[in-house]
Write a protein that binds this ligand. Structure first.
Ligand code: PMP
Length: 390
């Protein structure tokens, strides 16, 4: 019998997802010589030696099997102690903490564990590019709430309330934010919390950049009164501990939700990589000083880079966290894609056009300042020359 021919084997859902807008630029940038990349969202530090050594030691000792599905109990205990110490939130290591393959997997699990077909999930834009496709893949409907440069990208609770419907299940917030660097103030978090309570919503709080907060004490959404029971706290080791390639993150959530996430994780992933978990254990035990040094270094580069952007005519608010500056390119009259493409071709500086982070990112570009000061100085020189020619 002749096999039936089909147009495609790919599911309609996957076929309908947009390819990542960041990708196109990086394919172009990597084909050119002499490019200064302010595009990638990762630390420019190598993971601290003590963390690497602990992981190597675990291999030498032969710890090469699976761990518990939820992750090494020792590591979950350290995570619980870390969350208590840093953010004043209490989680049970046995039932409320899950070690995941990056914060990425924790976000995916959170969404898959809570969404029924057609449930709406509110995404605060400009936002990290993975939220929308992950909501769609989980069978949900993404609903955007916009923030604006005039408000330094703080979420306006009135706008959030307008987006809530009968079908809203959760809100994803990210503080410090990728791509804007904005840290949600305690007042805003409290306003979001009151709405979550009033409408019985969950909050997925992506706090992966919490360690990279430059002013004042960080407030976790889970620490806001009444919110521990309706927050899925997402974090990990990639950014603060400079461990992107280790692929290690975690989620903390009330028992019922965390156990639902674990159910998916044990079938889909079994457990996070064992040697990476031993590295993370050391990171939590001895990494604090190195994290503080890296934070100070980012702060210095932020101060230089943001002041320089303003000086050359690209207005930029001083971001409170992460390692991104999100200047406005509106004075140039170009779209963010035109700006990024021309800057790359004419001056060999790679940045990310703001529109890839959602409609409210149009008119802005994302520049990562996790680059050496010399590279940042050279990038500013080239951007200044580019602007003068426009
Ligand atoms: N959330 C945000 C906001 C991010 O920027 C990133 C990484 N770019 C992630 C999650 C994923 O981090 P991980 O490496 O832990 O998967």
């Amino acid at each position: 019998m002749k096999p039936q021919t089909r147009k495609t084997y790919v599911s309609k859902t996957v076929a309908g997802l947009k390819p990542s807008g960041i990708r196109r630029f990086f394919d172009l940038a990597s084909s050119m010589d002499g490019v200064i990349s302010l595009g990638v969202g990762e630390p420019d530090f190598v993971t601290s030696w003590s963390i690497r050594e602990a992981s190597i030691l675990s291999l030498e000792q032969g710890y090469t099997s699976y761990t518990a599905n939820a992750g090494l109990l020792e590591l979950r205990q350290e995570i619980a102690a870390y969350l208590r110490r840093k953010f004043h939130v209490d989680y049970c290591p046995e039932t409320e903490i899950l070690v995941t393959v990056g914060a990425s997997q924790a976000i995916d699990l959170a969404l898959r564990a809570i969404i029924n077909p057609g449930d709406e999930v509110i995404i605060v834009e400009p936002s990290f590019v993975a939220y929308e496709p992950l909501v769609v893949l989980a069978g949900g409907k993404p609903v955007a709430v916009h923030t604006s440069g005039e408000d330094k990208f703080q979420l306006n609770p009135v706008h959030l309330e307008r987006a809530i419907t009968e079908r809203t299940k959760a809100v994803i917030i990210c503080s410090p934010n990728n791509p804007t660097g904005t840290v949600q103030s305690r007042t805003e978090l409290e306003a979001i919390a009151r709405l979550a309570e009033a409408h019985d919503l969950l909050v997925i709080a992506d706090e992966i950049y919490a360690e990279l907060t430059y002013e004042g004490e960080y407030t976790s959404m889970a620490a806001v009164s009444g919110m521990r029971e309706r927050t899925i706290l997402i974090s990990g080791f990639s950014k603060g501990f400079a461990m992107t390639g280790w692929r290690l993150g975690f989620a903390a959530a009330p028992d019922e939700i965390l156990q639902a996430m674990l159910k998916i994780h044990q079938y889909a992933m079994m457990c996070a990589p064992t040697m990476a978990q031993y590295g993370a254990l050391e990171a939590l035990r001895s990494g604090e000083r190195d994290v503080a040094e890296m934070r100070n270094s980012y702060r210095r580069r932020r101060n230089y880079f943001v002041a320089s952007l303003n000086e050359i005519g690209l207005p930029c608010h001083l971001p409170g966290g992460a390692f991104y500056a999100f200047p406005s390119i509106k004075p140039t009259g170009l779209t963010s894609e035109q700006f990024a493409e021309r800057l790359l071709i004419e001056e060999k500086v790679a940045v990310v056009p703001g529109n890839v982070f959602g409609q409210s990112g149009e008119g802005y570009i994302r520049c990562s300042y996790a680059s050496s000061l010399e590279q940042l100085q050279e990038a500013i020189k080239r951007m200044k020359r580019f602007l003068a020619r426009l």
